[in-house]
Design a protein around this ligand. Structure first.
Ligand SMILES: *Cc1c(COP(=O)(O)O)cnc(C)c1O
Length: 423
């Protein structure tokens, strides 16, 4: 019965009614060695290339070729203020004002820069609270910041994990943990979407609890930006960081970004690592010895930005602007549901989906637990042309991305998974 609801015809009908179906045509889709189009469900790791990206990069190469140093001011998009073009579209994605956002560096670098300003251990308030399975790079950054302040991660890193037998963290457990750590907390650092489980955190009450406890709050939005709806300004986080190559489709190693809440915009007392691109624009080229930071997130810039790694983001953010994140998110919810229910119908009992089913508690990614022979199943799935990824020891991640995946894609992926898991 259930089986019959999830058919290729049903998927085709969903695609026919999808008002965003045309957006997939704005991306290059990868093919296998035989030239067959793959079913790409790996946007949580590297987003697809917007077709318009090449022209954006070529424009900068041409301006460099023809104008050389004059390109800083005379390029079609003058390099001197290139990053400013990214602020508004990024701000729209994270729910912030443009002055609260800056495109710069990469994620872990930005995390370090933000911790320089917002992790200020003093007196007994000298601990960092994180979720237990935080992304390794974040852990390394935090541990090294603790060590930099002469603190031992063993005693100064507080981790909160899911309850035994559960995969996702309960909001109330986070709130309780924050309350218990209370006056020891200098910083709470949380993901928007957990990279492994695909859980989307209910951030507003957690941020409120952390601020109530007197801690600074930072967010790692690697898997959330361009995926879920965010309201950073209203939620009152102190800072957030993200990368540009996952759901932002900015290309490998793309320019990342940062949010700094506007209550800190003109707080020049905050310690920060300085560089000339954070200096007041009007007097930057007076080349004086004294650092005068710009107000807002831009004041945390250090170096002049890599134009060639910023250019593809312009193309990608323009797709977001036209498609509209709210509509994308609505499709994303439907698409992931379709994948979930197709898997449940076609491969009953063969896989366990650990990502929450409730839309509010997840992004687009589904994490599947394949306890028996999982790696082999993943390899069979890859051989069948479905691109996901494998996280040892037992998690397969599949992310249907609303801008370039279709209902037929996810149905075909579920069919291939059912065959791979049953083999
Ligand atoms: C992808 C990802 C990163 C990557 O860090 P880079 O500095 O961009 O290499 C960091 N943290 C999380 C949670 C991620 O998902």
């Amino acid at each position: 019965m259930l089986n019959r609801e999830f058919t290729a015809e049903r998927a085709q009908r969903e695609d026919a009614h999808d008002v965003l179906a045309h957006v997939a045509g704005e991306f290059h889709h990868p093919v296998d060695a035989a030239g067959r189009k793959q079913i790409y469900l790996c946007g949580h790791s590297l987003g697809l290339q917007p077709k318009a990206a090449a022209a954006c990069v070529e424009q900068e190469l041409a301006d460099w070729r023809e104008l050389a140093v004059r390109g800083h001011h005379a390029a079609k998009r003058p390099w001197i203020g290139y990053h400013e073009r990214l602020a508004e579209p990024l701000a729209n994605l994270v729910g912030a004002a443009p002055a609260e956002v800056v495109a710069m560096n990469s994620l872990t670098v930005n995390l370090h820069l933000m911790m320089v300003s917002f992790f200020r251990p003093a007196g007994g308030r000298d601990c960092v609270l994180v979720e237990k399975s935080a992304f390794p790079s974040d852990r390394y950054a935090i541990d090294s910041q603790l060590a930099f302040h002469g603190l031992d991660p063993q005693s100064h890193l507080i981790e909160i994990g899911p309850r035994p037998g559960e995969w996702c963290l309960r909001t109330e457990d986070l709130v309780d943990g924050i309350g218990q750590a209370g006056a020891r907390l200098a910083l709470v650092l949380l993901p928007g979407v957990q990279y492994q489980s695909g859980q989307s955190f209910n951030l507003e009450p957690v941020i409120a609890a952390a601020r109530q406890a007197g801690a600074a709050v930072g967010l790692d939005l690697a898997h959330a930006i361009g995926n879920t709806l965010l309201h950073l300004h209203d939620w009152n986080a102190d800072f957030a960081v993200w990368c540009g190559y996952k759901y932002l489709n900015g290309g490998p190693g793309a320019l990342g970004g940062c949010f700094v809440h506007d209550r800190h915009a003109a707080n020049f007392e905050l310690p920060r690592f300085a560089g000339w691109w954070g200096h007041d624009k009007d007097t930057r080229f007076a080349m004086g010895p004294q650092f005068h930071p710009m107000a807002g997130a831009e004041g945390w810039q250090i170096s002049n930005p890599p134009i060639l790694s910023a250019a593809p983001l312009l193309a990608s953010l323009d797709i977001f602007r036209r498609a509209d994140l709210r509509r994308l998110r609505a499709k994303s919810v439907a698409l992931s549901d379709f994948l979930r229910r197709s898997i449940e119908a076609l491969a009953p009992g063969l896989v366990e989906i650990i990502t929450p089913a409730t839309a509010a508690d997840r992004g687009c990614q589904l994490s599947l637990r394949l306890p028996r022979d999982g790696k082999r199943c993943f390899e069979r799935l890859s051989a069948a042309g479905v691109v996901g990824d494998w996280r040892e020891p037992e998690i397969l991640r599949l992310a249907p991305v609303p801008s370039y995946n279709s209902f037929v894609d996810v149905f075909r992926a579920a069919e291939a998974l059912a065959r791979a898991a049953a083999a």
